[in-house]
Write a protein that binds this ligand. Structure first.
Ligand SMILES: *[C@@H]1O[C@H](CO)[C@@H](O)[C@H](O)[C@H]1NC(C)=O
Ligand SMILES: *[C@@H]1O[C@H](CO)[C@@H](O)[C@H](O)[C@H]1NC(C)=O
Ligand SMILES: *[C@@H]1O[C@H](CO)[C@@H](O)[C@H](O)[C@H]1NC(C)=O
Ligand SMILES: *[C@@H]1O[C@H](CO)[C@@H](O)[C@H](O)[C@H]1NC(C)=O
Ligand SMILES: *[C@@H]1O[C@H](CO)[C@@H](O)[C@H](O)[C@H]1NC(C)=O
Length: 315
């Protein structure tokens, strides 16, 4: 055994050399350059500030290939961002029947208002070759035994486990008379966990075309903890910039946004793609802090900019 161990160690060392595990967000070392006034960050993950600090170049173009960067006007204190389409994604959070269907969520008027801007953004992102990522509650059997009591009680209507996650919700009668089996509460594959209304066919279309990807999550955030399927995808695809929207702005959207920010992604909160049924000050909190942590955007200006720069930003 003693003779074998060093050989194994040598082999491990030799094979480790074959792996370049660095990527824009997870690499541990870099060259901090304090003499370049436009550079914020390190070799792997950085912004460049241009035009007297009004244009934020998020492309990481010194190290990674660029295709057709787009200049996107923003609403908040950071006015413009240059994005690289191959490293930018749209993240749609919790636009599910459970949270948006008028019979299940009668107060979700703000969320339902976000549907059309979401559909518009999906179309524009796909046309620009940018990935659309659906991030939804989708509880499975393993999640059920690992979910904390605060979640189980919070999603229960009677303070008992028997109305919480993955319990049968019964049937619902659509206004046209169709009866729907709602399935198990936010359980993976159930009707109530499907995207609401026109978003459902939009998802199916995107999955079939390969422009969209679907991620189940088991907390408000799809990026919490050490790693999640969404986190791994973003890391492996070297995605750096996320445009986020969905419901509720102050809960699941905020949870995803703040985790993305903590992990080093650029975050863009798309105001009209998001909504909440919480009090107005909850939405104000999200806008205030999303502006501080990243960028604020409106679908109208984003889509307009993408349409006008099909050949890329000429700056
Ligand atoms: C830091 O930036 C300056 C100005 O762009 C450049 O001249 C210098 O080579 C950089 N240093 C390193 C270590 O990259
Ligand atoms: C650059 O921005 C600063 C602060 O906003 C401003 O005072 C200054 O006039 C600007 N410089 C130019 C050349 O626009
Ligand atoms: C949950 O269990 C209680 C008994 O503890 C029962 O009265 C109630 O009907 C159950 N609810 C459902 C939805 O099964
Ligand atoms: C009734 O409405 C639902 C939801 O919009 C739809 O999926 C279903 O196809 C409709 N059924 C009929 C018979 O039109
Ligand atoms: C944002 O876009 C919506 C359309 O989704 C539009 O009605 C609204 O006026 C825009 N907001 C701003 C601040 O321009």
């Amino acid at each position: 055994m003693r003779l074998i161990l060093p050989a194994q160690a040598l082999l491990a060392f030799a094979t480790a050399q074959l792996y370049d595990a660095s990527n824009s967000l997870t690499a541990l070392v870099g060259t901090a350059n304090y003499t370049d006034p436009s550079l914020i960050g390190n070799y792997y993950n950085y912004w460049k500030l241009k035009n007297n600090n009004t244009l934020y170049d998020l492309t990481r173009a010194d190290r990674l290939p660029v295709t057709s960067p787009k200049l996107i006007p923003m609403l908040g204190s950071r006015k413009e961002a240059l994005i690289e389409p191959s490293r930018t994604a749209l993240v749609i959070i919790d636009m599910q029947n459970f949270f948006l269907h008028p019979l299940l969520a009668p107060h979700a008027t703000n969320g339902r208002k976000a549907v059309q801007p979401t559909l518009d953004m999906i179309r524009a992102f796909r046309a620009a070759g940018m990935k659309v990522l659906w991030v939804n509650w989708g509880i499975d059997a393993f999640d059920l035994v690992t979910l904390p009591p605060s979640f189980l009680e919070g999603f229960s209507s009677n303070h008992q486990m028997n109305t919480s996650f993955c319990t049968e919700m019964g049937e619902l009668q659509e206004s046209n008379g169709t009866t729907v089996d709602m399935g198990k509460l936010l359980c993976r594959g159930s009707w109530n966990a499907r995207p609401w209304g026109p978003l459902a066919p939009a998802l199916d279309e995107g999955l079939a075309a390969g422009t969209d990807l679907y991620f189940n999550k088991n907390r408000l955030s799809g990026l919490w903890g050490a790693q999640t399927p969404l986190g791994l995808y973003l890391q492996e695809s070297q995605t750096t910039s996320l445009f986020l929207g969905g419901v509720n702005s102050d809960q699941c959207v905020w949870g995803n946004l703040i985790d993305a920010y903590f992990k080093g992604f650029d975050t863009v909160y798309v105001e009209d793609m998001s909504g909440t049924s919480s009090p107005w000050y909850a939405e104000e909190m999200v806008r205030y802090n999303a502006d501080g942590d990243g960028f604020l955007a409106n679908s109208t200006y984003v889509i307009d900019a993408l349409n006008k720069q099909k050949g890329g930003y000429q700056g």
